[in-house]
Ligand binder design. Structure first.
Ligand code: CP
Length: 336
């Protein structure tokens, strides 16, 4: 397997062949993630889950994924709670933490910091998000979700008509997704953002050079009508110099049931890397969409566990041993 004993720092390192192999392993993780069976294939292994920037789903889903494979998780959260706040280098931190772990996931606010950290690590390092640069595992789970959602509509990736919506300048999930989409050919991609938050030119070039039909604009309604998948992003206020600067874009694109019903084709899939900003001045994906079958945001977060389980299994070289360590669960699953 291509991922075995490798760092995952950037989606630039990933081939289409590797993605398809990874997704095949992710599909095998469903019975474990759905609590129909447990596997203890990583019993005794330790994940160092190092989050130096806020996170809910990436941190917890990486931890859950490792636990579901039978491994244990050690965590650090927040720069101020770590010795980085005392001036320790990323290299030294990596040397230390890699002595305690079999694999490390790290998120950090500075672009390329995870790459720098990896130079000091003796175990594989996975990038959980480095500033506005990249979020490789989010892009993988987003692509996995796009493929699954299209498949449930009887379509495949070649049929994709994707609208990327919101803060495309700072959204690292969008940047990483553009890399993965550029591995395909001839897709239709619309980029809808306020002009000041447009997708950086290098990503537009990447999509265009892959032969995709790329359209840009700043009008919400016209960006919706041709899409079969909408991918909305939050205004990334933590990447602006001041809160006031970010606030002027809050609420610029609000998607609600009325707009969705009026401007989107039936069955249009709605994705968002989350968190969605549900505060009154933003309200970017309205709660009145929560029962809409096309709203895929929580299928997307569930898929994050499958893809991250697959990554751990492949990186640690146990993807062919899952069943040898499995048994049925002893407890009742879900609510009646
Ligand atoms: N999508 C994502 O990265 O969410 P968190 O910031 O909660 O991890």
């Amino acid at each position: 397997m291509i991922f075995t004993s490798q760092h995952l720092l950037s989606v630039k390192d990933i081939s289409l062949e590797a993605i398809h192999s990874l997704f095949a392993v992710a599909e095998q993780m469903r019975p474990y993630a759905n609590r129909e069976k447990v596997t203890r294939v990583l019993e005794g292994a330790v994940l160092g889950n190092m989050f130096f920037e806020p996170s809910t789903r990436t941190r917890v889903s990486f931890g859950s994924a490792f636990n579901l494979l039978g491994g244990e998780v050690r965590e650090t959260t927040g720069l101020s709670n770590s010795a980085l706040a005392k001036g320790e280098s990323l290299y030294d931190t990596a040397q230390v933490l890699s002595g305690y772990s079999d694999v490390i996931v790290m998120r950090h606010p500075e672009p390329y910091s995870v790459e720098q950290f990896a130079t000091g690590s003796r175990v594989p390092v996975i990038n959980g998000g480095d500033g506005a640069n990249e979020h490789p595992t989010q892009a993988l789970l987003d692509l996995f979700t796009i493929k699954n959602e299209l498949s449930s509509l009887g379509k495949d990736i070649a049929d994709l008509r994707l609208t990327l919506l919101g803060d495309l300048k700072h959204g690292r999930t969008v940047h990483s997704l553009c890399h993965l989409l550029s591995l395909y050919k001839g897709l239709k991609v619309q980029l809808v953002s306020p002009k000041a938050l447009a997708l950086p030119q290098k990503y537009i070039d990447m999509l265009t050079n892959a032969g995709h039909d790329v359209q840009t604009g700043d009008n919400l309604e016209s960006g919706l009508s041709k899409a079969n998948v909408i991918y909305q992003t939050r205004i990334q206020e933590e990447r602006f110099s001041t809160k006031e600067e970010a606030d002027q874009y809050k609420g610029y694109f609000r998607l609600n049931k009325q707009i969705y019903s009026q401007h989107c084709q039936p069955d249009t899939v709605i994705m968002h890397p989350l968190p969605r900003d549900s505060r009154g001045n933003a309200n970017e994906l309205d709660n009145d969409l929560n029962k809409e079958p096309g709203l895929a945001i929580f299928r997307q977060t569930d898929n994050g566990v499958l893809v991250r389980m697959a990554l751990f299994a492949c990186i640690l070289g146990v993807e062919n041993q899952l069943a040898a360590y499995e048994r049925k669960v002893n407890w009742q699953v879900g609510v009646r």
